[in-house]
Design a protein around this ligand. Structure first.
Ligand code: SAH
Ligand code: SF4
Ligand code: F3S
Length: 483
């Protein structure tokens, strides 16, 4: 029997928040008449794409309420810190940031300071704020983000820190306004939560169980994005391969991709993250069949030793992982692979670690996100007795990084002289005479575009052809050409 629960989409809650947004907007409009400018907000986002996507919703709601974004905290009327707790250093950083806001608020007493996100689902973190950082006005979690307008309104009238953390994760609220920084590409959350409980990971505790959005809602969002000029979508979830398992409709992730592939205007589809135990042959074949799906796959292996994989509760062996990779490479030649790796999981020996290095050598990932194991309160791995010495973890980490740098560089060498399709992100921040964008394989490309070719048009959001003439480990340089 499946214990999965079906998330309820709640339109009544959406309507309630809409009314409150309207009310705040009317008040802000009155202030606008008086002072001649909109109120301002500033959001600081930590963590993964899931949090970035949540921040885009907070920005959307704030814009709806008549606030403009500012890059300067000191000027903001509302400052939000969206937290992550996947590793310990994130926590230390947060307290530094909250502390720094104290003086700003003293200088601007009307300022509202809110702290939200994954870390606020942890009781000890909320208690620390309650006790030490009384200048925080509002604390909320990941499950009640949709309630932000109501919480903001209440906190404006509250003397004390308003804390609203919901422990249940049952409802999905659709149609929250979203403000994305870029028009040509977008993250689209297709599911929330995680059921995997890898023994080192805090995410299932702070994001709740897996809940899929209805396919109609996902497609409606992407159609609207396409109509607005969006060319690339990245479908987001902690384990996208589980998409649909909790829905009444008979649909899986590969089926969803096929539907997205049919949306006119969308040119590129990416997704993350895939769990190696769940990636299916059907999905790999779908990636090949659907021309808009980019030749790129993020497939975290975490560790090379089967003993460590077992202790991590990853539910696959090194051999099974490598077999999936082989299947992917065979089906989609030239695919760019990326991964996540943890160094120094409890009881990891040098022999175990060497198996991690072996996978890095054998697979040849384009990119690896490498992490030193960090103990997370409440996870099974934190209770394991054989924790690895800090020094040793760092030494092995350096070895891993050096090896991966060599691999990335070697892979990029093959791009030399090649013609690639680039979706232009905009003018390069470092060198204004160049544009920057990404290939279908996810490589950053900086390129010169002669005005003789494209005139005075802004190329941002366009697909252009670039000849690569210089390669580095983390980016490529080239020149735009015409066909
Ligand atoms: N759902 C995704 C990503 C989860 S968090 C997945 O399963 O791949 C992103 C990465 O952070 C993980 O893949 C893992 O490599 C790393 N990570 C998670 N918990 C960690 C911990 N306690 N210490 C170090 N790295 C961790
Ligand atoms: Fe964490 Fe594992 Fe879930 Fe990824 S799959 S979020 S690593 S528990
Ligand atoms: Fe961090 Fe939460 Fe993502 S803990 S990694 S922001 S899901």
């Amino acid at each position: 029997m499946s214990e999965r629960k079906i998330a309820v989409v709640d339109p009544a809650e959406r309507d309630r928040q809409k009314l409150i947004m309207q009310r705040i907007k009317e008040n802000n409009d009155i202030d606008y008449q008086r002072i001649g400018k909109n109120k301002l907000f500033h959001i600081l986002t930590f963590g993964c794409q899931q949090n970035s996507s949540d921040s885009e919703k907070l920005k959307g709601m704030l814009a709806h309420m008549g606030y403009d974004e500012t890059a300067k905290k000191a000027d903001a009327d509302v400052v939000i810190i969206n937290t992550c707790c996947v590793r310990e250093n994130a926590e230390l950083k947060l307290y530094g940031n909250i502390g720094a806001l104290k003086q700003l608020k003293a200088d601007k007493p009307g300022m509202i300071i809110a702290v939200c996100g994954c870390m606020m689902e942890q009781e000890h973190a909320v208690n620390a704020i309650k006790k030490k950082y009384k200048h925080v006005d509002l604390v909320f979690g990941t499950h009640n983000l949709y309630k932000f307008p109501e919480l903001l309104e209440r906190s404006m009238n509250e003397q004390y820190t308003l804390i609203d953390i919901m422990n249940t994760d049952g409802i999905i609220v659709e149609d929250i306004p979203v403000k994305r920084d870029e028009k040509h590409k977008a993250w689209v959350t297709i599911m929330y939560g995680c059921n995997n409980f890898c023994s080192y990971c805090i995410v299932p505790y702070v994001r709740g169980r897996e809940r899929s959005r209805n396919p109609e809602d996902v497609l409606k969002e992407i159609e609207a994005l396409a109509a607005d000029g969006c060319k690339e979508v990245t479908l987001l979830g902690q384990n996208v391969n589980s998409y649909g398992k909790d829905l009444e409709a008979d649909i899986d992730f590969a089926d969803l991709i096929k539907l997205v592939n049919n949306i006119e205007g969308i040119e590129r589809i990416r997704f993350m993250t895939s769990h190696p135990k769940d990636i299916s042959d059907k999905l790999i074949d779908t990636m090949k069949e659907c021309k808009k799906v980019c030749e790129q796959l993020h497939l975290p292996f975490q560790a090379g030793s089967n003993r460590i994989l077992n202790a991590m509760n990853r539910k696959y062996t090194k051999e099974e992982y490598l077999a999936k990779i082989e299947r992917v490479k065979k089906t989609i030649p030239g695919i760019a692979l990326s991964t996540d790796v943890i160094v120094g999981f409890p009881s990891e020996t040098d022999e175990d670690f060497n198996e991690t290095l072996e996978i890095i050598r054998e697979v040849e990932f384009d990119q690896a996100f490498m992490f030193i194991y960090s103990k997370r309160q409440g996870t099974p791995a934190a209770e394991m007795t054989e924790q690895v010495e800090e020094d040793h973890k760092h030494k092995n980490f350096e070895r891993l990084v050096a090896l991966q740098n060599d691999v990335s560089r070697k892979i990029n060498d093959d791009y030399s002289g090649k013609l690639v399709e680039v979706l232009v992100d905009g003018p390069s921040k470092k060198d204004k005479t160049k544009y920057t964008g990404r290939t279908r394989t996810g490589k950053v490309v900086n390129f010169i575009a002669s005005k003789d070719i494209y005139g005075e048009d802004d190329l941002t959001g366009q697909l252009v052809d670039v000849r690569i003439n210089e390669v580095h480990s983390w980016f490529l340089n080239g020149e735009m050409i015409t066909n």
